[in-house]
Design a binder for this molecule. Sequence first.
Ligand code: HAM
Length: 427
Amino acid sequence: MAQKIQRPKGFNDVLPAEIGWWHRLEDAARRVFGGYGYDEIRTPILENTELFARAVGAATDVVEKEMFTFNDREKRSLTLRPEGTAGVVRAYVENGLAQNEPSSRFWYAGPMFRHENVQAGRFRQFSQIGVEAFGARAPRVDAEVLIMVRDYLDAVGIRGVDLRVSSLGDAKCRPAYKQELQTFLRGVAGELCDDCKRRIETNPLRVLDCKNERCRAATAKAPRMLERLCDECRAHWDEVTRTLKLAGVAFTVDPDIVRGLDYYVRTSFELIHVGEGLGAQKAIGGGGRYDGLVRELGGPDVPGVGFGLGVERMVMVLDAQEKKSDRPKPKIVFLAPLGPAAADRAMALARDLRAAGLRVEMDYDAKEKGLGNTLNKADRRAATIAVILGADELARGIVKVKDLRSGAQVEHEIASLVGVVKGMLGD
Ligand code: HAM
């Protein structure tokens, strides 16, 4: 036998057993985000490298170490998108929407790529479901985005998610805070890991997000942005939190939120799963406001706010929460024609059933005396209903319809089959 070929590390297959969760997550996105006025957008998974360097920030881990970047045949540097926001902003600017429809709202779903150390819940290809809302400066829109993410998690049935919110200030108050933080960090540099020592000069906020215990201890008393907001950022923050309380959406103020991408200003948040199901990677989503990004990417001065949710992590939570047998799956109608004459009739019946929107699978190998065998196959497929049609039934113009959940079997006229089956499936 030839040697088997394996998938690259950190790249996963999504098999049919799991796909029901994916569909539930995508269907809910269409429904819930649609209800808030968001339209779906699909952008390429490959972009010019410069897009991410500029949008995500040259000093971020994502751009420094994690991008899948390569030269194409014309020696142009291309990158597999590590996140969704940059591409959506590019599309919004490039297609003239920033000028003509500045208040556009988009949602998207698709694969992202980061060359990270692989572990439970952390992959090199992963999928995000995300939204981006352009054109609104009002803090109520930040709150609405957070309310929407709650509605979304409720709709898909994910429980135990803590919404952690903070403000990262803006171009007015962050530079002074950054300097203050750098001064503090230089004072404790001896206690920091090598990465953090370097980050003091390149990306000091990131130091507050380091998972290393010694770094955490050394920075416990560091000043936090939330305590240093300018008046405008403070007013924005107060209004966001007031609106969330008014809506009865629970959240935790977390001044340690940093975010791994540079484009955020003011409201920033993470969705942390606090129950069982995820390993060390507890963040099922994150997002925030990015008012300077559209301009940074060559568009007008249009503000934006959005979030991204990790699909694999949500699937892991759903799998831990529900029994394996509760994975969403379609109901199967299994057609068992016993013999060639019955098979001819059954093929036409299968089309009628399918035209009525049902999922029909047929046993093409069933033999005249093979009822037991074909019913075993129906069981293995976890079918809900078996329709049995032998020479005798055919002659009498009937079918036997067996409810495989209860075992009850009833004869019906062939002509009434579609209605009967639909009724049994509760459609
Ligand atoms: P992010 O926090 O980098 O934000 O990613 C969002 C989510 O994607 C994470 O919370 C996590 O669930 C999932 N994720 C990230 N990396 C991995 C990985 N290696 N394996 C599995 N899941 C992963 C963004 O990407 C922003 N674009 C979100 C945003 C949209 N902000 C504003 N608009």
